[in-house]
Design a protein around this ligand. Structure first.
Ligand SMILES: *[C@@H]1O[C@H](CO)[C@@H](O)[C@H](O)[C@H]1NC(C)=O
Ligand SMILES: *[C@@H]1O[C@H](CO)[C@@H](O)[C@H](O)[C@H]1NC(C)=O
Ligand SMILES: *[C@@H]1O[C@H](CO)[C@@H](O)[C@H](O)[C@H]1NC(C)=O
Ligand SMILES: *[C@@H]1O[C@H](CO)[C@@H](O)[C@H](O)[C@H]1NC(C)=O
Length: 244
């Protein structure tokens, strides 16, 4: 259930979402669902959501592990710890989220916006965010592979995340095609433009790009995990969404 997110919450956006949970449950549970009942087998939709939530949890965990490895492995630990220290000294931790390439994807921030987000809206957001990470993940694996000093433990996490991301995205696409095939990702997928930085000869630029990448990836995956749990709750559990 989405509540597990409270333990790992650090973004204002996500916090806002969590604060708004109760209101959201009330709204969505009472709202009529625009789902074509004919094409919707409840059993298989439940199976799809069971898989999707398991995949969401798994990939978020992998992203967390990769970020922790960056902090602990001698490859990056010194510079990552320096970055975090600098950011907190300058009180810039909270602003980091504004540097994520998925920023243009308009996620609900305020209570009212969350209340106004429909099932279709959450699916569209999930699709858009996941899609926006497809190319960056491919590049991350390629660039880490090209860094001779990058440790196997980090590279293998990156590869696992890329592989799991593909499976996860496919599962979401299957859900979308069942719920409402008209749902599409955002018209203008956000552009990730950190490839130059990932390749930079300057160590500080390169590692900051890795820092930002691992930060934003983990944050977005947690948001997606939250959305998938909301959706599962709405579709599968119905009234239980009130009492967590
Ligand atoms: C349900 O969604 C479809 C496709 O998005 C739309 O054409 C239709 O008008 C919606 N129906 C209701 C009752 O909102
Ligand atoms: C769920 O995942 C299992 C194992 O990964 C797979 O065999 C099954 O087909 C999936 N089910 C659905 C409905 O996606
Ligand atoms: C939420 O929906 C209501 C009614 O449709 C609308 O008046 C309001 O402007 C919307 N608020 C936001 C923040 O989108
Ligand atoms: C979770 O990720 C690992 C690592 O890639 C993978 O081997 C495993 O099958 C995944 N589990 C699920 C439930 O998808």
């Amino acid at each position: 259930m989405p509540l597990s997110l409270t333990q790992t919450c650090s973004s204002g956006t996500l916090l806002m979402l969590l604060v708004s949970n109760l209101l959201l449950w009330e709204k969505v549970a009472s709202a009529p669902m625009n789902v074509s009942e004919a094409g919707l087998s409840k059993v298989s939709l439940k199976d799809l959501f069971d898989n999707a939530t398991a995949l969401a949890e798994n990939i978020t965990e992998l992203a967390t592990e990769m970020r922790l490895e960056f902090f602990h492995d001698k490859f990056s630990s010194e510079i990552f710890n320096k970055i975090i220290l600098d950011l907190s000294k300058k009180n810039k931790m909270a602003e980091l989220v504004n540097s994520c390439h998925t920023l243009p994807i308009k996620t609900p921030d305020t209570t009212e916006e969350v209340r106004n987000t429909t099932i279709e809206g959450f699916l569209k957001l999930t699709l858009s965010i996941l899609h926006a990470w497809k190319d960056p993940l491919k590049h991350l694996v390629a660039e880490l592979s090209a860094m001779p000093e990058a440790p196997h433990v980090i590279l293998s996490k990156a590869k696992a995340i890329e592989a799991q991301h593909k499976i996860f995205l496919e599962e979401i696409v299957r859900i979308v095609s069942k719920v409402n095939p008209a749902i599409k990702e955002t018209e203008d997928p956000p552009v990730w433009s950190d490839l130059e930085s990932l390749r930079a000869a300057d160590e500080e630029i390169r590692f900051f790009a890795l820092y930002l990448f691992s930060y934003c990836l983990r944050l977005d995956l947690r948001i997606v995990e939250f959305y998938v749990n909301i959706l599962k709750c709405i579709f599968i559990n119905g009234d239980i969404c009130y009492v967590f």
